[in-house]
Design a protein around this ligand. Structure first.
Ligand code: TEU
Ligand code: CA
Length: 600
């Protein structure tokens, strides 16, 4: 072999190797046959994985502009691999004018300028694959940005070939109104006001369930569906492993768009969801896209009840793998109003899930994301005395209930809600629109509005990740973060957590490893053995002879608890507070104590 060839081989071979190993080729569907049946369930990687949600704007800034970005995430992949999560859900990273922080997409095949370049995205994906993890991205196709070329075309004229990509209707004549018309019907937007926006250019209204800059796509138009399937394939062919689908049950609108009745106006998401062609379009999407790849799909199922869930996630329906139900995460509010709740109410939800979702219908487990307040502040106790114990208890619960667990960035550090003071502290369009609609119109007092918002604002979850005790929590080297860092970053940050073997982070690591190596905690049957207890949440996970008991004291008070029914503990496999108690008929549980027992 002459030198040239040798040289060539030297050059080509590695790059070929490189190409092969990093080529983000799509993963063809794995014949389900070789997916073993465990306790009646078809085993799947997305049932055994723990998912970690990254909100890119707030995860890690790599260039000092105060805004998180993709190279910032890539620089923290070892941190995520160490945690033990196997799938990363990346909230929208696509080109967007950020009216709703990326959930308003202007170009589905381009990376948001603030977040970096396509090369940065490829490097992130390669880094994830190198660490034997997977990436799912956010599919936001109920609506696009009003700056997307489709909509720019669509609003340009009624005869535009793109007109029917969106939902346009003439208004109802009303000389008294500023436009001379009233909206086509009484549909409200989730972000306050009407869901219709008058467009003086063509003197018609377009529909937007969310912000004015988020016009809804017309899924009844087959061209729109084809566009969506193509952009999904674009990302899957790059090697992405699946999608979290934004408000996907809202894609099919009611024929004729009749007014909502007063009853329906009380639960708008229910009225907007599950339209006449929703299942048909999800099956069409599955046939054209998911069936051709080994992917994971999770639908954000606003407006879908538990009863309706099997019709979307039952394997035999060939629609989605799983959905997010909002029953548990929203137990603490009525509409936008914060409200108290009881543990029996909370436990009943999981008992319902266990009875309504059988081995064909897989579930998700989550209590936080970028649309909800912080986990430990909402479902735990974020006071200095109990923040650590309750954060670990919630980790025990999320990682031992039945379904794929989703962890939201920062919860593994026990990050808390932010001490918002004034409306100016908020960035979220939902909060700002409601302030205009409710406070500036005198419907709600500023004080009451802010008090409620402190509890439930989405911005609580969006404050930057707290990496260390340096300025801005080490999130950015720049002078200022896009949203203020929680002032408690000196106490609560990743550097402290990584250094402390008994930290919340290291407890998550141990709990994730335990779940990974304990099939009963994944595929085991679920049985609540204490449904009425107001402080104790106790349940079994059973897989054949493998029996585990999870006992959680969800209160800030010590509880003496005796488990009847003659269950015998063989060993404590994990606990968030040191204990050796194995006599189940006489347990002394401290505040927010959590234990997992392996039973005889
Ligand atoms: O969220 C839908 C959703 O459930 C929330 O917007 C919720 O309706 C809102 O907080 C009203 O209470 C998805 C995304 O997760 C969210 O970030 C987007 O704002 C929204 O859709 C529109 O894309
Ligand atoms: Ca940046």
């Amino acid at each position: 072999m002459n030198l040239y060839r040798a040289a060539l081989a030297l050059i080509v071979a590695p790059s070929l190797l490189l190409a092969v190993s990093y080529a983000q080729t799509a993963t063809p569907p794995q014949p389900s046959a070789h997916n073993a049946i465990v306790n009646g369930y078809q085993s799947q990687w997305w049932k055994e994985a723990v998912v970690y949600q990254v909100y890119p704007r707030s995860f890690k800034d790599s260039n000092g502009d105060g805004i998180g970005d993709l190279p910032g995430i890539t620089s923290k992949l070892d941190y995520l691999q160490k945690l033990g999560v196997k799938v990363i859900w990346l909230s929208p990273h696509f080109d967007s004018p950020n009216a709703d922080n990326g959930y308003d997409i202007r170009d589905y095949r381009k990376v948001m300028t603030e977040f970096g370049t396509m090369a940065d995205c490829d490097a992130l994906l390669a880094g994830i694959k190198q660490r034997h993890m997977r990436l799912i991205v956010d599919l936001v196709v109920n609506h696009s940005s009003d700056e997307h070329k489709w909509f720019v075309e669509s609003r340009s004229s009624k005869d535009s070939p793109y007109r029917d990509y969106y939902i346009w209707r003439p208004g109802k004549p009303n000389p008294a109104s500023p436009t001379g018309f009233d909206p086509p019907n009484n549909y409200p937007s989730f972000f306050s006001g009407s869901a219709w926006q008058y467009d003086p250019g063509t003197k018609e209204y377009y529909l937007h369930y969310f912000a004015v800059k988020q016009p809804d796509l017309n899924w009844d138009n087959p061209k729109v569906r084809a566009e969506v399937f193509d952009l999904m394939k674009f990302w899957l062919d790059k090697g992405v492993d699946g999608f979290r689908m934004d408000v996907i049950p809202l894609i099919s609108k009611r024929a004729g768009l009749p007014d909502l009745t007063p009853e329906e106006l009380k639960n708008v998401s229910k009225a907007y969801a599950n339209g006449p062609h929703m299942h048909e379009y999800l099956q069409e999407m599955n046939r054209n896209v998911m069936a051709k790849y080994d992917v994971m799909t999770v639908g954000e199922a606003l407006g879908i009840s538990l009863q309706q869930t099997p019709s979307i996630v039952d394997d035999r329906r060939h629609e989605l793998n799983m959905i997010f139900n909002f029953d548990a995460i929203r137990i603490n509010r009525e509409g936008r109003q914060w409200k108290s709740w009881t543990l029996p109410e909370f436990k009943a939800i999981y008992a319902e899930h266990a009875s309504k979702l059988d081995v064909q219908s897989w579930d998700t487990v989550f209590l936080s994301n970028h649309d909800n307040p912080r986990l430990v502040s909402s479902f735990g106790d974020d006071s200095p005395a109990f923040r650590v114990a309750s954060a670990k208890l919630l980790a025990t619960m999320l990682l031992s209930l039945r379904g794929t667990p989703f962890i939201y960035q920062g919860d593994e550090l026990g990050m808390t809600n932010y001490p918002f003071k004034a409306i100016g502290d908020f960035d979220d369009i939902e909060a700002k629109n409601a302030y205009k609609a409710d406070v500036l119109t005198g419907k709600v007092s500023e004080q009451a509005y802010l008090a409620n918002l402190r509890h439930m604002s989405r911005d609580n979850a969006r404050t930057p990740m707290q990496w260390d005790g340096s300025a801005n929590g080490g999130f950015t080297t720049g002078p200022k973060a896009w949203l203020a860092v929680n002032p408690n970053y000196k106490e609560i940050n990743a550097k402290e957590e990584l250094a402390d073997p008994d930290s919340i982070y290291n407890y998550y690591r141990r709990m994730i490893a335990l779940r990974e190596h304990t099939p009963a905690l994944i595929y085991g049957d679920y049985k609540d053995i204490e449904p009425q207890n107001t402080k104790i949440f106790a349940y079994l996970r059973i897989l054949g002879q493998e029996k585990y008991l999870v006992i959680l004291n969800l209160s800030s008070d010590p509880v003496s608890y005796s488990l009847l029914g003659g269950l015998k503990a063989r060993a404590i496999v994990i606990s968030n507070l040191p204990t050796a108690e194995k006599e189940l008929s006489n347990l002394k549980l401290r505040a927010w104590e959590a234990r997992v027992y392996k039973l005889e």
